[in-house]
Design a protein around this ligand. Sequence first.
Ligand SMILES: Cc1cc2nc3c(=O)[nH]c(=O)nc-3n(C[C@H](O)[C@H](O)[C@H](O)COP(=O)(O)O)c2cc1C
Length: 165
Amino acid sequence: MLQIVFRSQLTRLLSYIDIQRLCLAAAKNNRKAGITGFAVECGGAFLVSIEGDPRAVRDMFNRMVQDPRHDTVQMVCCEEGLGRRRFGAWAMNVMFMDDDLFWHRVLGSSFSCDQMLSPRTMEPAFALGLLAMAYQYACAEAETAPSLPGGRPGRIPRIRHMFRR
Ligand SMILES: Cc1cc2nc3c(=O)[nH]c(=O)nc-3n(C[C@H](O)[C@H](O)[C@H](O)COP(=O)(O)O)c2cc1C
């Protein structure tokens, strides 16, 4: 199992609806490829994790790098040999992080949406921690188990489970 975490910046701001559509299309592709994923977005900055068979994940990453809707795609970490998926609930889901109240309540008062735009997101521990906290929150809100038994590929998310606070 390979996990790639990357960050990127939208070249042009997209509406929530457009991002939800992008996520749904990604989930459908990922499901076919046995990939699970989770993303957080704030102000056009994305932090994304994709996991699955190493070849499928590398192919997907190479395809995404060429997507003109975002640029400055930077790999934050790449870990091979994982025994299980870290973000296995959905084939892809996204959580919008643009509410300071959410940051304050869930992540503590020293965090804010600005963190998503800061160089700290290039630190693997910070990026993984942020994704993990958002993921746990999203799973709890969607009443979804954080991992599917037997390492099955994740679900296609419902639009109402792509969180906007
Ligand atoms: C931030 C971001 C994350 C994306 N994540 C995925 C993904 O996990 N899976 C996916 O199939 N496409 C994802 N896409 C879309 C791909 O870049 C690409 O448009 C899509 O795979 C269709 O590729 P194709 O035109 O070669 O079929 C993402 C795009 C962006 C901007």
